[in-house]
Design a protein around this ligand. Structure first.
Ligand code: PMP
Length: 281
């Protein structure tokens, strides 16, 4: 495989990361995951904008213009001949003697690589089960930080209990998933947490909200409680890899009739159409 190291394409065996890389020691960096469908990056611009926005929020200066960065991502996909898959890219505050405050002259360290991933079609058809887990993360969940301990612990707890995803809540209020955004549908209205400091502004989330608009489905970016979640007619989550994923059960309680809901399926269909799969030569 060809991987990206700063603006250089190298073989994986050639990669050297310092023991004092701040990503490694402090989780001091940010990342993105961009989906590739049939060789094309999906919503690349939006992911790149969020990557730069996350970097700016933690005062990392990416030493490339967005256009140059976009081209690096494009070339990475090309060189690895990725058809269906994803790009993972991260940037850290660089390597320097270990001390908490920012190093003065360490350049940031960028790593990018690709992998092949198929769409989770069977799960999307059947739906998945979620479990409520207290959201113990920090108060800047809008930053796509490498610090994922709160997310990792929540996902593991869900996984250990046999659930697909943790449905995080702060007190009574549902925020998002450990690596996904959450939605409930009640009486034809899609509810989802507003994009503030408590959730990641998902790119898939913004695609879905656009699709709702196009389909004339009402949306309310209003937080809902755990109790309200259980009373929703439909429930689903979204992410770059999970797309529109129905949640049919939460902690053993069925949502609606326990199968993927009508509007959820409509959104799945609209999302799939947006991907233009099989249309491009
Ligand atoms: N929330 C969190 C905490 C995430 O890690 C992710 C996945 N990156 C999402 C939401 C979904 O975001 P996106 O649709 O951009 O993948």
């Amino acid at each position: 495989d060809v991987i990206l190291h700063n603006d250089q394409f190298i073989r994986e065996e050639e990669l050297v990361i310092s023991k004092e890389d701040r990503g490694y020691q402090f989780g001091d960096g940010i990342y993105e995951v961009i989906r590739v469908y049939e060789g094309n990056m999906f919503t690349a611009k939006e992911h790149i904008d969020r990557f730069y926005a996350s970097a700016e929020k933690i005062k990392i200066v990416i030493p490339y213009t967005k256009d140059v960065f976009h081209k690096l991502m494009y070339d990475l996909v090309e060189k690895n001949e990725i058809n269906n898959g994803q790009v993972y890219v991260q940037i850290t505050r660089g390597a320097s003697i270990r001390q908490h405050h920012f190093p003065i002259d360490a350049p940031p360290v960028l790593i990018g690589y690709t992998k092949t991933v198929e769409r989770p079609v069977e799960l999307m058809e059947a739906g998945v089960r979620g479990t409520f887990i207290e959201d113990i993360r920090w108060l800047r969940c809008d930053i796509k930080s490498l610090n994922l301990l709160g997310n990792v612990l929540a996902k593991q707890e869900a996984y250990d209990k046999g659930f697909y995803e943790a449905i995080l809540h702060r007190g009574e209020v549902v925020t998002e998933g450990s690596s996904t955004n959450m939605y409930g549908i009640k009486d034809g209205v899609v509810f989802t947490h507003p994009t503030d400091n408590l959730i990641l502004p998902g790119i898939t989330r913004s695609v879905i909200l656009d699709l709702c608009q196009e389909a004339g489905i009402q949306v309310q970016e209003t937080a809902f409680t755990k109790t309200q979640a259980l009373e929703m007619d439909e429930f689903f989550l979204s992410s770059t890899t999970a797309e529109v994923m129905p949640i049919i059960e939460i902690d053993g309680q069925t949502i609606g009739d326990g199968t993927p809901g009508v509007l959820t399926k409509k959104l799945q269909k609209a999302f799939a159409e947006k991907l233009n799969l099989g249309v491009k030569a």
